[in-house]
Design a protein around this ligand. Structure first.
Ligand code: GLN
Length: 500
């Protein structure tokens, strides 16, 4: 390979540990694994699967890229891994990530930074599922599992020029996935193109499988009801964009948007029009508060989730500490040494916003914003949200004057079209100079769909460029994001494949 992008003096960005080899086979006899629960073994070729390091896979450690879980092997397997294995998929590697999924550039891992795929290794791979994205970008895996709480599958897809899909909340089981923020966590899929993802979700019917082990997995009856209201779960046909309306949220055209991304967005809209789709501006006014709400809710849930890693119940106990003392020293040393800076920051943030003095001003307000974000989405989509009270949000029921007076306008859309990230991947060197707030800002386009539990996908964006040099062209990775109404995943995937 030409090493065009090997920067002089870049050795400080040693290649991060992105993959683990199996340590030893874990004996699962007598575990909760049942053959009948997840359907027949279907032939899903012999695809190679990379699994994010916060998802339990037989024979591999699961460390969440954290010192506190170094060497941990979970004695059972995540449902999603079992489901894919039943379909003939082989787990070939564990993929690195930001510690406990907290980050945007895969630089908070205790095992070193993850680098973008060759030849862009000096650039951010995105996070937190950076290792999963690099594995598919480099062709080491056909399919990768990631988790997306606020953009962690979509962001790395955008930065590595791959496809990353976050399904509707509750579609894929999270049993065996280490929780970060339960009300937002989803398992997502990455691949070089949309095809293998659509195959796994739709053709292989992952969408249809309820997991009794995961209380947030949609029940079989609700699943059926939702599926009956949606297209493209049964037929694998190609969609026509004719008759489809794509909304461009005007609030997403922020000042910080890189000009190349803005132009790529416009180009995508033009392409969709040429393919027969309609592209209209729409307004999602609560977007500007979504990011703040996310960064209150996610750390709050994380602080509660991470309380169990104290060296007694879970987590690697500090060897130096007095093992029989519960006076706080053992906890403090274990947690002090075990967690990295970003994780500690989130725990402190979350503990504060959940404290009695701050609760009303932060946590409760954030929940209200979340509700507004959800309602706005429900009002712009043509389809109603099968989990909500349909009448409350059905604009078509209102008379026209009310529709016109609505701040959101009467236009209703099938999908939203926007960038995944405000910029192409930054240099790792520059990422390290950023404040935590700078990197939180990167999530501005991905968190709204997470707060509302909606399906969203990032596909590579064509970025117009007058740069002619090959290496500069390669730097133009940007992500185009399509967001759909709840449980419209099958149609979203079909349309994303068409638009790609
Ligand atoms: N960057 C976001 C965060 O740090 C999203 C992470 C995620 O989706 N796991 O919380």
């Amino acid at each position: 390979h030409p090493r065009t992008f090997q920067r002089v003096g870049s050795s400080k960005w040693r290649r991060g540990i992105t993959h683990y080899r199996p340590l030893r086979q874990v004996n699962l006899e007598g575990s909760a694994e049942k053959d009948s629960e997840y359907g027949d073994a279907l032939s899903f070729s012999s695809a190679q699967l990379a699994v994010k390091d916060n998802i339990a896979a037989k024979g591999f450690p699961t460390t969440c890229a954290s010192n506190i879980l170094a060497g941990t092997e979970i004695p059972f397997e995540a449902t999603i891994v079992t489901q894919l294995k039943r379909r003939g998929v082989e787990v070939t590697e564990k993929a690195g990530m930001d510690e406990f999924g907290m980050g945007t550039h895969s630089t908070t891992s205790a095992w070193g930074h993850i680098h973008n795929a060759f030849p862009l290794q000096d650039y951010s791979a995105g996070g937190s599922s950076g290792g999963s994205a690099v594995a598919v970008a480099e062709g080491k895996a056909d399919l990768a599992l990631g988790t997306d709480t606020g953009g962690s599958v979509r962001m790395p897809a955008a930065y590595t020029g791959t496809a990353g899909f976050k399904p509707s909340y509750g579609m894929l089981s999270r049993w065996g996935v280490v929780p970060y923020a339960n009300s937002l966590d989803t398992v997502g899929l990455l691949a070089k193109t949309v095809g293998p993802i659509r195959k796994a979700i739709v053709d292989e019917k992952l969408y249809s499988e309820h997991d009794p082990n995961d209380p947030t997995s949609l029940s079989a009856s609700v699943r059926e009801r939702c599926t009956a209201q949606r297209q493209f779960y049964k037929s694998a046909g190609r969609p026509s964009l004719r008759g489809l309306t794509f909304g461009v949220p005007i609030e997403y055209n922020i000042e910080e948007l890189d000009q190349r991304i803005r132009e790529g967005w416009v180009l995508a809209a033009q392409r969709i029009r040429e393919m027969g789709g309609r592209v209209v501006p729409i307004s999602l006014p609560s977007t500007k508060n979504a990011l703040s709400a996310y960064y209150v809710i996610a750390p709050a849930e994380a602080s509660s989730n991470l309380a169990k890693y104290d060296g007694i119940r879970y987590g690697r106990r500090d060897k130096e500490g007095p093992s029989d003392a519960l006076d706080g020293i053992l906890y403090a040393k274990t947690r002090g040494d075990g967690f990295g800076t970003e994780v500690k920051r989130r725990i402190l943030l979350g503990s504060y916003t959940l404290s009695s003095e701050a609760m009303d001003n932060y946590f409760i307000q954030a929940q209200k914003v979340r509700q507004l974000v959800r309602r706005e989405f429900d009002r712009v989509f043509k389809l109603s949200n099968p989990l909500q009270d349909e009448e409350a949000f059905d604009l078509s029921e209102m008379d026209e004057t009310v529709q016109l007076e609505s701040k959101l306008g009467p236009v209703q859309v099938d999908f939203l079209l926007c960038p995944t990230a405000p910029t192409p991947p930054p240099l790792l060197e520059d990422v390290m100079k950023q404040t935590p707030l700078d990197s939180y800002m990167n999530d501005v386009f991905t968190v709204p769909a997470s707060l509302a539990g909606l399906p969203a996908i990032s596909i590579p964006m064509d970025i117009p460029s007058d740069l002619t040099k090959e290496e500069e062209r390669l730097l133009n990775f940007g992500g185009l994001q399509l967001i759909g109404q709840y449980w419209d995943d099958a149609r979203l995937l079909a349309v994303a494949e068409e638009v790609s």
